[in-house]
Write a protein that binds this ligand. Sequence first.
Ligand code: FES
Length: 176
Amino acid sequence: MASVAPTYYTNQVQVTDEVATFSPAVLEEIDSHLTKYPPERKRSALIPLLFVIQRERGYLDNAGVNFLAKFLGLEVTDVWETATFYSMFNLHKIGKHHIQICKTLSCRVMGEPEITGHICSRLGIHAGETTADGKFSVSLVECLGSCGTAPMMQIGFDYYEDLTTAKVDVILDSLK
Ligand code: FES
């Protein structure tokens, strides 16, 4: 079994002045989020817009964050503060399938280390890494709110619960 190094996505980013550009359709979508909030509260659109930027850029890169700061009239550091706080935002390119394993108490007690070890061993990577073919990334994250069905993980937007190593094998085999 591969050892599981305690490595996570780093919060270190290289800051430049580059500002991302988007297609008219994406700009329209970005604008549409602002209509949900009072004009003086446009900062409230930050999280939904971070999701749009992440989807379009593949992850939250410097240029995308610069765009958002400019668009919302915020300091770049305000945007990074939020972007680096939530594990749902990726600060680096990730694989096609992002496996996020909950490492918090209930999951930990119910077998997370074995599940993480099994997944990492199968994929030949450590937590925090991406397979060479770019297909899988593995992250250890804080509680995903499904403690009653621990151990659990999230892949993309789907939850996989009451995990066993046999169940994990079936799940990984089903991912193309
Ligand atoms: S502790 Fe794992 S989902 Fe809450």
